[in-house]
Design a binder for this molecule. Sequence first.
Ligand code: ES4
Ligand code: ZN
Length: 336
Amino acid sequence: ASLREFLRCLPKCEHHMHLEGALSPQLLFELAAKNNTTLPQDDAAFKSPEALLERYRRFTSLDDFLHYYYIGMSVLITHSDFEALAWDYFRHAKADGVAHAELFFDPQAHTARGVGYSTAVAGFDAACKRAEKELGITSILTTCFLRHLPVEDSLAAFDAEDVQESYVSGVVKGIGLDSSENGYAPEGFKELFAKARHQGLNLTTHAGEEGPVSYIASALDNLRVRRIDHGIKLVYDEHLMKRIASENIMLTVCPLSNVVLRCVNTIKDVPIRKLLNAGVKFSINSDDPAYFRGYILDNYLAVQDAFGLSVEEWEGIVRAGINGSWCGEDRKTILL
Ligand code: ES4
Ligand code: ZN
């Protein structure tokens, strides 16, 4: 119990959390009822929140999860739906001792359904502002682009007037890439990332989650990111691992996600010890907490259970997370 308390009290920064992945089966059914959303009739998983949660226990791959993830978000329609979703996340974050959260969302997944970008972003932003005021949690919103769609779609989404407006106003501060990985190499998105970099946005991308380690190198060289989401395949390339350590690139590792999506067999196979030994900076994150049976503290506890890290090692991990955050130096100083 005291170990849990120690981990809970650490000033944790979360860098890899998809807001749509914080949609609990409970809230999903509530919003479906309110919005008259038609859920798939031919899939018994959608009979009840309990059945859905049960189905979430046997994902077979990233794409098997994404199928449910994209159906799930079809219940999000109004400003208040997006705000309620983000607020649900922040309540868990507070209970888990999160100090600062950098949050992904998927604009294309909403605009493709006819839900306005501004509706989503305004709802999320309202929850972020309330979280800072009422819970003391600071946060940053990041637009993720869907790599399974044509590159032209992501460029058009990035250039859209309301999206650009959110970058200029500072409501959204970064871009990333997510969704299906294999077959969608980072270099295809070079132009998108060059544009974002010239606008001064923060850059990150999912790489080396289910896909090959070569995608991590491509993300560094072609997208010029200084952060990699997941990146667990890094341990298959000794030379790249040294480079990532020396260039101070941070990985946002998501242990429970990796097990649930079968990227690894058990938490012990998440390369926590190898990354520590190689001096690679990383943070520990929840990814899609409502789908993977755990928020950030559950991920910390799973790592502690599997690796038995020392107090000093935990403090080092948390410090690296603060230093690797996209918040201002003033906020970092408070957290450190
Ligand atoms: C995701 Cl775990 C994961 N990987 C890739 N894309 C995603 N979108 C939401 N969760
Ligand atoms: Zn992710």
